[in-house]
Design a binder for this molecule. Structure first.
Ligand SMILES: [Zn+2]
Length: 176
């Protein structure tokens, strides 16, 4: 079976809920002391039925809260999904995408160049939720869902800066 695309994954209600939960966990406090912390995780699928997903949240220690006008931009480390303790996916499942939030207010907060470069280097699509939109980027889908392919990301190439030019798409819910 082919791996799902980001657009297909975004039809899944559990993923929508995970994105909402990540969003809620990204903004803490009010006024000048409000803190913004990117939250995210990994999406796994069952190779024998890729509509069966397992969503794993990344630990809070993979990102740091920052104030809106801090010189530190918020970021999250989604490397090495298998090093995340707890709540593991069934052993046959494969990582098919990752997701994270861009919680800062204001501009549309689309995927960064690093986000896009990382997605191609890792070989799975990425999903970003910001205040205004949900975006996806990177390869259309994980190429290999067979048992012989590794746990974690299917590839871990040195990032190619030219991949940033491939850009991102804004996700639109399908009209019923
Ligand atoms: Zn990002």
């Amino acid at each position: 079976m082919e791996a799902p695309t980001a657009d297909e994954l975004l039809q899944n209600k559990d993923l929508m809920k995970a994105l909402d939960d990540a969003w809620k966990g990204s903004i803490k406090g009010t006024g000048a002391s409000r803190l913004y912390q990117e939250r995210g995780g990994w999406i796994y699928a069952d190779p024998s039925n890729v509509s069966k997903l397992k969503i794993r949240e990344a630990g809070k220690d993979r990102s740091k809260p920052v104030k809106e006008n801090s010189s530190d931009n918020p970021a999250i480390d989604l490397e090495n999904p298998e090093s995340q303790p707890g709540n593991v996916a069934p052993s046959s499942y494969k990582v098919v995408a990752n997701f994270h939030t861009h919680p800062l207010p204001g501009a549309s907060q689309p995927p960064s160049s690093s986000d896009i470069i990382n997605a191609y280097a890792r070989g799975v699509p990425g999903i970003v939720k910001s205040e205004r939109a949900i975006y996806y980027y990177g390869p259309a889908r994980r190429e290999n869902m067979t048992a012989a392919s590794p746990k974690g990301y299917p590839t871990n190439l040195p990032g190619n800066p030219a991949d940033a030019l491939k850009g991102f798409k804004e996700w639109k819910p399908k009209a019923n």
